[in-house]
Design a protein around this ligand. Sequence first.
Ligand code: PMP
Length: 360
Amino acid sequence: MSRVYNFSAGPAAVPVDVLKKAQQEMLEWHDSGMSVMEMSHRGKDFISIAEKAEADVRELMNVPENYKVLFLQGGATTQFSMVPMNLLRGKDKTCYVNTGAWSKKAIKEAKIHSNVHISASSESTNFTTIPAVDSWDVDQNAAYLHYTSNETIGGVEFHSIPDVGDIDLVADMSSNILSREFDVSKFGVIYAGGQKNMGPSGIALTIVREDLIGNVKAGSPSMMDYKNHADAGSMFNTPATYSWYLMGLVFEWIKEQGGVSAIEAQNVRKAEKLYAAIDNSDFYANPVELTSRSRMNIPFTLANAELEGLFLSEAKSAGLVTLKGHRSVGGMRASIYNAMPEEGVDALISMMAEFERTKA
Ligand code: PMP
């Protein structure tokens, strides 16, 4: 077996210890006589798996008691719709901050349900900055303000939670949840797809303050109502049981690493190294303004774009894969989520230096 260092933006690398545990438990989970995949979601074994996952993520993120933690299907994309459908509460206006490709997708969905006011946008810098929060135009009468805490494609990240006054704050944390500490009490809703920092795709985590539940827009499908999911313990329909279980194993793994603060320290180190390697070279470049750079997704270009194909094939030979940038921006992108070990980042940095020395 030769496992590679996988720099994919998502589905992304999963900690090897998690995969081994899942492998050990694949045919028979504990003494149940069956795989988790085969269990009834209503049985006591799966209920114990589900409850443990919830308790662990509550502990890891220090989720206050007046928040529900939901394990939902349809990825983060479904949350783009569920957020306005549940949070409008009879209002018409919503505020969005546009920092790139994923913000735009959230805005597009919100426009179906509401009158979207763009409170700030970094489009004029080609999405290489986070607009200064004191310049945001926030309408305090809007139903909520939505932002994307990390833009997976552009590689820009908020390094603090924006202070937007009394309006409910909503964050798409798909690509930086559990990579750094967040004060959950500052948010109305946090949501994230699973396939970056929490393991498998097919499941999204939504953390929602209780008073925001129970106001779904009239005529909405039952599956879009947070209340139905909250009342049923995320078992309103058959949940993505195996993905839920794997997510739970990832939460256990994060606890074993020392929790979110320990993981964050590792993430700071990994990102600083890779940015230093890019910045100290005349051959590689990252376009993002220094204080807006993501720790999770690091896009970079080569001075000679004709060498991109060769770079990717040399990287692959060195066991470093999925480094091609998103089709919309080109160049390279290294996604270095929690599960990417520091040795993987070191290996990429060595390969980049060697490529520059011999091919540039
Ligand atoms: N938001 C962000 C920031 C993302 O990176 C992604 C997925 N790449 C999504 C939303 C959409 O997630 P999903 O594919 O799980 O619907």
